[in-house]
Design a protein around this ligand. Structure first.
Ligand code: HEC
Ligand code: HEC
Length: 256
């Protein structure tokens, strides 16, 4: 108990103005977030059982939005909400940047104990969607490699099936919400229970490709003219099939 309290204090002290008195530990974000990693695993690589999700390497905008969601009541987990309640937007964003920057290994994929045709259905939904159900491919937003798209869309590989089922189930029942328009709530409701189960079976049994990182969808900046003829501008990337809401990061330098 005392240990946990100290960890909590270290988190809160980081949020306030730097204390003048010398402190016993190195004041790094890794230290300040030990209270978090006591549940989320070393360096945020996930707890052992599919319940405490991975934080490491997820896009900062995504993590920031989740911290706001827990703090502001769009997602529910009392123990975490209590920790986050006193923290400012700017400090939450710093925490998000910290975990986003951690590049630590993923667990091996899980064995899918479903028939091959279920797995094939899951793969089709993830990579192609289902026009009949007006269901866009997961990959159209989560990235071709399903490794996430900056700034707000997380990757879908390397996550346990229990966690994926729990999140999609929570969206269907309204237990989990995102800033409006909440595209994932709509998608989760368009998935039949069988399709939901198929897609999570496939996702959790796919290995995370080496060097998987969230990608940027922004078109590359047009080549600068330097006397030479400018290259034709790159075609604009395809817009996502539905709009998804998200809070913008706080303005740098705002008060903590
Ligand atoms: C007592 C255990 C516990 C502690 C301490 C804790 N968390 Fe969590 N956290 C959870 C659980 C459980 C979930 C998943 C809840 C759910 O399924 O909605 C979660 C979810 C999250 C998510 C969403 C992840 C995602 O991919 O959507 C983020 C971000 C997060 N926690 C960050 C933190 C940070 C930062 C701290 C420290 C300030 C922290 N957590 C402390 C248990 C904890
Ligand atoms: C229109 C774009 C879009 C499509 C299509 C889409 N997603 Fe998402 N997804 C998002 C966004 C944006 C988020 C982050 C939501 C938030 O901030 O909570 C997200 C989050 C998630 C999460 C939460 C991950 C975590 O770590 O907690 C899961 C699970 C998920 N999506 C599964 C799926 C699956 C499965 C499909 C395909 C059936 C799919 N998504 C299709 C945009 C999309």
């Amino acid at each position: 108990m005392r240990g946990k309290l100290l960890l909590l204090l270290s988190l809160l002290c980081g949020a306030a103005a730097a204390p003048a008195a010398p402190i016993a530990f190195q004041d790094t974000m890794g230290q300040r977030t030990l209270a978090c990693t006591s549940c989320h695993g070393r360096e945020g690589r996930a707890g052992p059982d599919g319940y405490y999700p991975r934080l490491a390497g997820k896009p900062a905008g995504y993590l920031y939005n989740q911290l706001l969601n827990f703090r502001d009541g769009r997602r529910h987990y009392g123990l975490m909400a209590g920790l986050l309640a006193p923290l400012s937007d700017a400090y939450l964003y710093d925490i998000a940047l910290h975990f986003a920057s951690l590049d630590v290994p993923y667990p091996p994929p899980q064995r899918a104990n479903v028939p091959p045709e279920v797995l094939a259905r899951g793969e089709r939904l993830a990579t192609q969607g289902d026009a009949e159900r007006r269901l866009p491919a997961c990959a159209s937003c989560h990235g071709k490699a399903l490794a996430g798209v900056l700034p707000n869309t997380p990757g879908l590989l390397g996550l346990p099936r229990d966690y994926l089922n729990a999140q999609l189930g929570a969206w269907r029942t309204g237990q989990r919400r995102a800033v409006a328009p909440d595209c994932m709530a709509e998608i989760a409701r368009r998935l039949s229970p069988e399709d939901l189960s198929a897609v999570t079976a496939w996702l959790s049994s796919e290995a995370v490709p080496a060097n998987a990182h969230p990608v940027s969808l922004e078109a590359p900046a047009p080549a600068r003219r330097k006397g030479r003829k400018a290259a034709a501008p790159a075609p604009a990337p395809e817009p996502p099939p539905m709009r998804c809401g998200a809070a913008l990061p706080p303005v740098a330098g705002s008060t903590r």
